[in-house]
Design a binder for this molecule. Structure first.
Ligand SMILES: *Cc1c(COP(=O)(O)O)cnc(C)c1O
Length: 368
């Protein structure tokens, strides 16, 4: 079986280094914060060229901490794309603001034309999601936001080291949110997350909020939450930081192979590749009208696939209260019924990509 993501292959390659890192944490008892966490925060912010990195428990907490620290309120509207993981929208609600969904375009990221229509006098911010590892149109988003004095918070959970016009995503907005969930491009061996920002005042507020409302032990200026990256996760991430550039290039190489093996297949829609946007292929997502049948055919041929995501955010029961219908977000609706994520991870082999592509071609020819 070719898995859609195979973490064991990657961990076997660096197992000795991981064991050493884990032992170091046990030797130092640096379980909460400590040298490994400090090191990770420094290295990760240096890598992306941002002043502040605030590590936290996971990529959902990072969004929540940002929202709370931006002081969103009940009259405020925050625009989020209709296709994402629910963290992007649930944290807006939890911070006390109103979620306003916006359709995507064929890249899977927020549609600029639709975004313009969603802005009202109550809009305070936009959360673009670099979905699947594909950068959003950041020039257009920043221009729209700057003209109207809106903040931009980038959800980079799927887009570590992706670039827009040569600049890393996560460096455009007021702050950016990263997840290190094990299956992400940079993954821990449990939950972990981080926030990047160049805004020192906001950074201080976020650190405080994530650490029970105070940076000095015993002195709580406000009520906060407890969200922190543990030493073990930081130690593992520090090992993996030495490989992330290489792994990203491997994903890009494999994606190019898929593109060449799958070009010109009737009925099949391939991911868009856009000039000046460096996709990092967290997921390789194709579209086909017979998606479910194709998925079954691939499974019969020992190929595991995934659907990201089977229900677009506005159509989830969690958002019944908004009363949305499919025609409100036609592209996201089309995605939910047609998208299929093919196996994608740096250790996937050329032969495997060729085999998977061959099976897809077979399926498409049988069906057309
Ligand atoms: C994974 C993910 C998150 C949440 O990250 P967790 O670490 O699982 O909390 C948020 N947004 C998007 C787009 C994601 O893919």
């Amino acid at each position: 079986m070719i898995k859609s993501v195979d973490l064991l292959l990657q961990h076997n390659l660096i197992r000795d280094e991981l064991n050493e890192a884990i032992n170091r944490v046990i030797d130092n008892s640096s379980f909460i914060r400590g040298v490994e966490v400090d090191h990770f925060e420094n290295e990760f912010s240096n890598l992306l060229g941002v002043n502040e990195c605030i590590s936290c428990g996971n990529g959902t907490d990072s969004l929540y901490i940002i929202m709370k620290s931006l002081n969103v309120g009940p009259m405020d509207e925050v625009i989020v794309p209709a296709m994402s993981w629910i963290s992007t929208s649930e944290t807006v609600t939890q911070a006390g603001a109103k979620v306003v969904f916006c359709d995507i375009d064929q890249t899977g990221t927020i549609s600029i034309a639709e975004l313009l229509k969603k802005i009202t006098p109550r809009t305070v911010g936009i959360i673009p999601v670099h979905l699947y590892g594909q950068p959003c149109d950041m020039d257009a988003i920043m221009e729209i936001a700057n003209q109207r004095n809106l903040w931009v918070v980038e959800d980079c959970a799927q887009s570590h080291l992706a670039k827009y016009k040569g600049k890393y995503v996560g460096t455009f907005g007021r702050a950016s949110s990263f997840s290190f969930y094990p299956g992400k491009n940079l993954g821990a061996i449990g939950d972990a997350g981080a926030i990047l920002t160049n805004d020192y005042v906001l950074a201080d507020k976020m650190k405080k909020f994530a650490r029970h409302g105070g940076l000095v032990k015993g002195n709580h200026e406000i009520e906060g939450i407890n969200s922190r990256m543990d030493g073990l996760q930081a130690a593992v991430l520090n090992v993996k930081l030495n490989y992330i550039l290489d792994w990203t290039r491997k994903r890009q190489y494999l994606a190019n192979l898929y593109m060449s093996f799958l070009k010109d297949v009737k009925g099949l829609v391939l991911p868009l590749i856009i000039n000046d946007r460096e996709h990092v292929w967290h997921l390789f997502v194709i579209q086909h009208p017979e998606r479910d049948e194709m998925r079954k055919y691939l499974k019969e041929n020992d190929i595991e696939t995934a659907i990201n995501y089977p229900i677009a955010l506005p159509f989830l029961p969690a958002y019944d209260r908004l009363g949305h219908v499919s025609s409100d977000f036609p592209i996201a609706f089309n995605f939910q019924d047609n998208v299929l994520s093919l196996p994608m991870f740096p250790e996937l082999t050329v032969d495997q990509v060729e085999y998977i592509s061959l099976k897809i071609r077979e399926f498409c020819h049988l069906n057309y």
